[in-house]
Design a protein around this ligand. Sequence first.
Ligand code: ATP
Ligand code: MG
Length: 320
Amino acid sequence: MARTDAIAVLSARPRAGFVETHFVRDITERALSYLASGFPVHLCGPSGSGKTTLAMHIAHRLGQPIMLICGDDEFGTSDLVGGQNGFRRRKIIDNFVHSVLKTEEDVAQNWVDNRLTVACREGLSLVYDEFTRSRPEANNVLLSVLEEKVLVLPASRNGNSYLKVHPNFAAIFTSNPEDYAGVHKTQDALLDRMVTIDLDYFDWETEVTITQSRSGIAMEDAERIVGIVRAYREAGVSELAPTVRSCIMIAKVLSLREARAQDGDPVFMQTCLDVLASGISRAAKSAKKASRRRDLVFDLVRKHCSHEAETPVLTSLAHA
Ligand SMILES: Nc1ncnc2c1ncn2[C@@H]1O[C@H](COP(=O)(O)OP(=O)(O)OP(=O)(O)O)[C@@H](O)[C@H]1O
Ligand SMILES: [Mg+2]
């Protein structure tokens, strides 16, 4: 982690267990080609679709330091560009001639660049995660950055209110779809300046490989877990659709407790129920709905983990 002024800059490298399947490579290469053509990239998808991880991976591939900003409803423009931060006091005491004492004192406001300004000034890769959680007014400042390559700053910035964006500056945005809680509708003009790649949940191969590599469990168990979670997600019985995070949770607990993804394994059954079948709202807690979700988990475990269960695709490929 390097520092410019008081702001930390990240240098990313793939985390242990990072998975690069055809699906991940395809999105990465597309994004890199748009960035190389001078266009910002926007990854938009549901929670757990891998937006933040992909954005950091793409930024890492750009090979320069990364400035990470996380969208926030409380943000104003100054949280992006900077602002006055306290005062700088200067006092000169002139006592050169012993019989004469001359003092001079002035106080100036102290401007501090914030993350967007530092990224534009230094030519960093900006990852603006969940940028639609910030209010559109706060993000307006991006319009000229992305189009005219100029950052317009308040005149109070040491008299220097235009900053030419460094040619190496690159921007990657992520967002959840607009129907998510806490997300603002973005101005069309901003969206029009970026290439949006729509993400959905991972494909089968990627979800299984992530589950296996993040937990270290047997590939066969990873396939069973992912089969159950995907079927549960598609059934649409839960307000919160389970994602690859649910797969990783179940898999890590199995690994820690040396359990297997088998019908009748008590650790596996209890973990699936806790991770998948809970309800978050009062409506979802109604006894009837709760028992429907639990029954579905039991059915899916039976279907995916009994001896007669179909041979999973990746294992059969591995044995071929
Ligand atoms: N290529 C990958 N290799 C390994 N793990 C991954 C990969 N992509 C995503 N993951 C894991 O999947 C989970 C979800 O990914 P991520 O946090 O990037 O999703 P997201 O779309 O940003 O979700 P949210 O909208 O909730 O922030 C995380 O635990 C992440 O570490
Ligand atoms: Mg995220």
